[in-house]
Design a protein around this ligand. Structure first.
Ligand code: ZN
Length: 270
């Protein structure tokens, strides 16, 4: 996936290929200026936006793979947020130390998604004191996902819309519950950026970008399509989903977000 960046020297647009690390060392093809683009975006956001873009372009099957990957990476994000938040609440001030232990722990589960779901189940239980009711195969749309990804099933558009809405609503709900807890995992990304920034040669300009996206708008603007408030500075657990006056179902919430935020994704290219 490519995104447009602006050269800090000649101001012309440069297409940059999105990197897994979200750090992009770029040389402007017009004026040869070197610069580095840091994109403040989590992997699950990138994947969900990619899925949305594929859906808008009519690639329903490809969209399913991206939405499924987005959900898996969101579970990782949740577990990481929880672990770092817990360390901070326990009075641990060595963030890098806590992040290092988390990193080496995650390696035990990183290659098997079933193990990651196990981590998610425990993280949710410990944080919310409730059963993770969303982890059933039915709630996750696991059967549909497997048919498409592993058995080559060609889904109809309406089936993909329903799956996308389900994944969107689940991530949206859990982000709402996580509240400011998400800041802990975001801080980990900032620390990685800072390390790369410190090693940049003289004369290379750093550019920080915050891309709009299906969740970005929701997390920083506060209002969720489901009617949940999630303003920065709220206590971590005060963001349980509020009952909206006229609650929307998953499909309506996704369609509303798609209408509002889908056009913002037009800048992304395959
Ligand atoms: Zn340039």
């Amino acid at each position: 996936m490519r995104f447009p960046a602006v050269c800090p020297h000649c101001q012309r647009e440069v297409q940059v290929e999105f990197a897994d690390s979200a750090v992009h060392d770029v040389t402007c093809p017009q004026c040869s200026t070197r610069f580095c683009v840091f994109v403040r975006k989590q992997k699950f956001e990138v994947l969900f936006d990619l899925g949305t873009r594929a859906l808008m372009d009519g690639y329903a099957r490809e969209a399913v793979a991206s939405f499924a990957a987005a959900l898996e990476r969101f579970f990782e994000f949740y577990v990481r947020s929880f672990a770092l938040e817990r360390a901070a609440l326990a009075g641990q001030t060595d963030f890098d130390g806590a992040a290092g232990i988390l990193e080496s722990t995650w390696r035990h589960v990183s290659s098997q998604s079933e193990r990651q779901v196990g981590m998610m189940a425990l993280a949710y239980l410990l944080r919310e004191g409730r059963e993770p009711d969303f982890l059933t195969a039915k709630a996750l749309g696991a059967d549909f996902r497997n048919r498409v990804i592993h058995r080559g099933y060609l889904p109809r558009r309406e089936e993909v819309d329903a799956y996308a809405a389900r994944v969107f609503a689940l991530i949206d709900r859990l982000l709402g519950e996580l509240g400011t807890g998400a800041a802990h995992a975001e801080l980990a990304q900032e620390r990685q950026f800072a390390a790369h920034l410190a090693a940049l040669p003289d004369g290379v300009t750093a550019v920080f970008e915050e891309h709009p996206g299906m969740f970005r708008a929701r997390r920083f603007a506060g209002a969720s399509p489901l009617g949940t408030k999630n303003l920065p500075g709220q206590p971590a657990r005060a963001a349980l989903p509020a009952k909206a006056a006229a609650p929307m179902n998953d499909a309506q919430a996704f369609q509303k977000a798609l209408k509002e935020r889908g056009p913002l994704l037009k800048g992304l290219r395959k």
